[in-house]
Design a protein around this ligand. Sequence first.
Ligand code: ZN
Length: 247
Amino acid sequence: MTVTGASTVSREKFNKQQQADLRQLSPFVHKTAQKAPVASGGCAGRYSAKEFAQFMQYFDPPILDKLVLKKANITMVEMISIEPHESATPLNCLNNVREYVAINGGQIQLGWIFSIIGNLALKLTAHAVVKKDDETLLCVTPNEYRNNRLRFSPDNSIEHLIKNNHLPLKFVPLIENSKLDEYLDIERDIDKLRLDNSGVVSAIEMQYMNSKASVLYHSILELAKEHTHKNDYCFCGSNKKRKKCCR
Ligand SMILES: [Zn+2]
């Protein structure tokens, strides 16, 4: 998929000064710790990459209703236990499961786990867990921001999407909006780069992608505000109701 509207920043015009700002914080990073964001001071200006990342990182949703899952064609989700295997490492689920199965038996089960950005889009991350001989599922991969339970939707077709031993992502918009579509296309492009390059996106490519995304920060953040009611969980992922969090 190609990015259209957001590409007002050409590769040639890509500003060196901007690179330094963007290097520090990328919004395309999982939230690793719960922050208590300071309410944003108005909507008049543009947001920096740092500000945007503070409010807009993927988070584990407190609730995930059926309507949201339906948009991603997910019909079955189960809560499974996380018990990190002693030799397991983060972001390495496929190898972790292989090691576990080699020692303890069972099989590899592929499926999706879920995170949300800004109450605007659902990210499906392909994930491997252990299917024990008694058919129960167990996640053996340590994860900083999920506690001991994980929402998981088994899907054997993921096997065909594995590239260079890396698992894919999917991005599903929860509202119809062209700016959001542009933003998610950038996310998809980054994931394609990652899969094509054995899990690594070069710093220069990442900066280029961030610079394209930066054109959309303002719209996306405003959209998140617009689509989060005061009694909803806040778009920033704080796990608080919006009325007690961001303005
Ligand atoms: Zn908030």
